[in-house]
Design a protein around this ligand. Sequence first.
Ligand SMILES: Nc1ncnc2c1ncn2[C@@H]1O[C@H](COP(=O)(O)OP(=O)(O)OP(=O)(O)O)[C@@H](O)[C@H]1O
Ligand SMILES: O=P(O)(O)O[C@@H]1[C@H](O)[C@H](O)[C@@H](OP(=O)(O)O)[C@H](OP(=O)(O)O)[C@H]1O
Length: 455
Amino acid sequence: MMKSSVTLEELPPGSDIVLLKDSSGHKAHLNGCVPLSHQVAGHKYGVDKVGILQHPDGTVLKQVQPPPRGPREVQFYNTVFAEDCSDPCLLDLQNHIPKYYGTWSSPDNPNDLYLKLEDVTSRFIRPCIMDVKLGQRSYDPFASQEKREQQIRKYPLMEEIGFLILGMRIYNLQSGTFDSFNQHYGRSLVKDTVKDGLAKFFDNGVFLRKDAIWASMHRVRQILHWFTSQNQLAFYASSLLFVYEGQPSSSSFPSLLRNPSVDDAVMKTAKLLLMSDSGQGQEEEANQEGARAENEGAEHNNNTEEATNYTNQRKTGYHLCGRDYHLNNSVDAQITTTSESGGLASAPCEEDNTSQQTVDQKQSPNRNRDKSALTGNDAEGERKRSSWTEEEGLKGGRGPENTEDLEVEVRMIDFAHVFPSDSHDHGYVYGLKHLLTVLEQILCDAAQSSRSSTS
Ligand SMILES: Nc1ncnc2c1ncn2[C@@H]1O[C@H](COP(=O)(O)OP(=O)(O)OP(=O)(O)O)[C@@H](O)[C@H]1O
Ligand SMILES: O=P(O)(O)O[C@@H]1[C@H](O)[C@H](O)[C@@H](OP(=O)(O)O)[C@H](OP(=O)(O)O)[C@H]1O
């Protein structure tokens, strides 16, 4: 698998990192590619036989797994992104999965094939990432008895819960670092604690990111809509990748500064960012802080291009992350009814339509990026223009101008076990609905505790 000039150097037991080193002992690069620094689950490059890399152009390279899994996944992407694809169902599916740029291999090792995919975290400064496996069964219909038993043993509650957190990392505003959780965390969650497990992903150590929950639910509903309108594919052991921006935008800091529970370090960062955003970025202290943030960005995310954009934009006073987040704990959750999300059960919560501010689209980072070079299409734009009116607008939820103003992604990934089908994917739909119900409950709980603390 690896180039002959490259060796794997195992770190001490307990570490899951393996260094790639060349014959001179320097950190080696596979044609400039490096192990994906922000991978939260799955097979890891250098640890497992196959894994995930990042190309210098920012795309993700997923090593094609041994047959039948790998070729099945390649075929899936080839079919969905076929140039002559005219199937409306597959065209819509493109909006919910990473963009696909074909297969890739290093010139030195042409037989070592990779799927070249959009890095769905690339536009984030501090990407908080969660991988959730969906469905009531994580083995496919052709799995051996041994594989079935292995999968059931790993999480016997899969059938009842319908989803499993495989891994996540959350940007902690207090410490300025990412907290990570591996698959053992997800497996430790039972029916009564799965809500707390999910809530952890949206908790930045200072407050619950209700805005990110809400926006994620909007995306999940779009995916649910796709699933309920298709009956040609069945997904097993496939995941949803959740991403939200962990770096609050400067426009949100005023409310942060009013929050009495915020500690000095967070306060200081907030003030520094405010200074730099209001044109006082030349101040020495702010620059030092900026340098620290840049370094952290590079450390936590290979997406150096994005980190550079952020740096430049901060220097010019332009916000890469010009979004308005809800940092104010007085914002109550805004829950609509079960039928909207398709949730299995839900408690109605009060609405607060006044809280979310509209966004100045000119500040969107996507505005400044030439995606056409890589994509040749505007699938993301299409995804964002998706079925708000029929799905939610009629049912009294927030308008699209409110849900679109957040840096949130929810994409389906991992298609090694996708099969043709002639019916709805009940297992996946069950998992999506339950996931939505639990997210709703988190918002309800937050709204209730907010109400009781003010009364
Ligand atoms: N397109 C992508 N953009 C960003 N990160 C990605 C992307 N695809 C995969 N990842 C990262 O890699 C991880 C594993 O991806 P994936 O599930 O496709 O790999 P896998 O090896 O097939 O997983 P498993 O072992 O569960 O079968 C994800 O949790 C995510 O952190
Ligand atoms: O979460 P863990 O403990 O890493 O377990 C892995 C996880 O269940 C993967 O989904 C599975 O790959 P598939 O879904 O593709 O079967 C893999 O099977 P594998 O060991 O056969 O690669 C398991 O090892």
